[in-house]
Design a protein around this ligand. Structure first.
Ligand SMILES: C[S@@+](CC[C@H](N)C(=O)[O-])C[C@H]1O[C@@H](n2cnc3c(N)ncnc32)[C@H](O)[C@@H]1O
Length: 285
């Protein structure tokens, strides 16, 4: 079993410094991305070297120096130790994703969620992925199902370039179709009533874009995989709160819906949660 970071650093950091350490970090291919509190900045090198000692395949450690922010969902990073690079090749459930950190969004923490959606896709489906990034959901679906096409939109030209490369790497050309642009414009211009399933993996704006997701669905209806952030006290359910607001919004759009499944994908802060809903829509005529 791999030793944890605190144990490896026990003889290199003082006790009060160990208390400040974040336990988790992302490993994306051979790059590790860590968060280090400012009070431990002078210990960055020791922490990064400890990670390389634990994760033998890691060649570069980067420190995240800003939160994930902006429409493109990017985080700033700075080099700490190892090879000076910001690009890595990540393996996930038999797929390969090339990613330029800082220039495109990627989170290995959504791996389970990507697989969960892939397993629901039926043979011959057409899918619109409104916020595709470097293509992770789309490629995973193409690799693990007999999907016909996944129209894969992203507004970030760098992410679309990497998605094109990832489509080639994973040999899913012709089935995953990368499209650069704003999902609302692309759907209105060329993807109305085409989809059996729509993916909305941008929790910050999914609610605002829900009407466009409905427009992308075939008139017989289909599924929307909806993501949101929600606050919930101990006596509340974040999943129920998101369900209520989505059902209300869809009612206002004149659409019948049911939500047979919802889950917390991850905790994002004290009493804040990322929620996923599988929304089934009928009667779009
Ligand atoms: C949270 S990331 C998710 C990326 C990818 N689905 C994944 O799981 O790795 C959201 C993505 O939406 C893109 N985006 C933001 N606003 C958009 C818009 N209006 N239309 C299309 N893409 C958008 C960002 O560039 C970013 O790549």
């Amino acid at each position: 079993m791999k030793r944890n970071l605190k144990a490896v650093l026990a003889d290199r950091l003082r006790l009060e410094e160990l208390e400040l350490l974040y336990r988790s970090y992302d490993v994306i291919g051979d790059i590790a991305i860590i968060r280090i509190p400012d009070a431990l900045k002078h210990r960055s090198k020791a922490i990064a070297e400890a990670i390389m000692q634990i994760q033998k395949h890691v060649k570069t450690v980067l420190r995240q120096v800003s939160p994930v922010s902006g429409d493109l969902r990017l985080r700033r990073v700075e080099w700490v130790v190892g090879e000076k690079k910001v690009e890595s090749l990540h393996k996930e459930h038999g797929c390969l994703f090339k990613i330029a950190h800082e220039r495109c969004y990627f989170s290995p923490r959504l791996s389970h969620e990507r697989m969960r959606i892939s397993q629901q896709v039926q043979s011959g489906e057409v899918i619109v992925n409104m916020f595709s990034g470097v293509g992770c959901y789309s490629i995973m679906i193409a690799k693990h199902s007999a999907v016909e096409k996944v129209y894969s939109i992203d507004i970030n030209p760098v992410a679309v370039r990497y998605m094109q490369e990832n489509v080639k790497l994973n040999k899913v050309g012709g089935r995953v179709i990368p499209i650069e642009g704003d999902a609302k414009n692309i759907i209105q211009e060329s993807l109305q009533n085409v989809a059996d399933r729509v993916l909305m993996p941008l929790p910050e704006r999914a609610y605002e874009y829900l009407g466009y997701a409905v427009q992308a669905l075939k008139q017989k209806g289909g599924w929307i995989h909806y993501y949101d952030f929600e606050h919930a006290r101990k006596d509340e359910s974040s999943v129920e709160k998101v369900k209520v607001k989505v059902v209300e919004r869809l009612q206002n759009l004149g659409v019948d819906s049911e939500i047979p499944f919802g889950r917390i994908v991850r905790t994002t802060g004290p009493n804040w949660y990322q929620v996923a809903l599988d929304v089934h829509l009928t009667n779009l005529l």
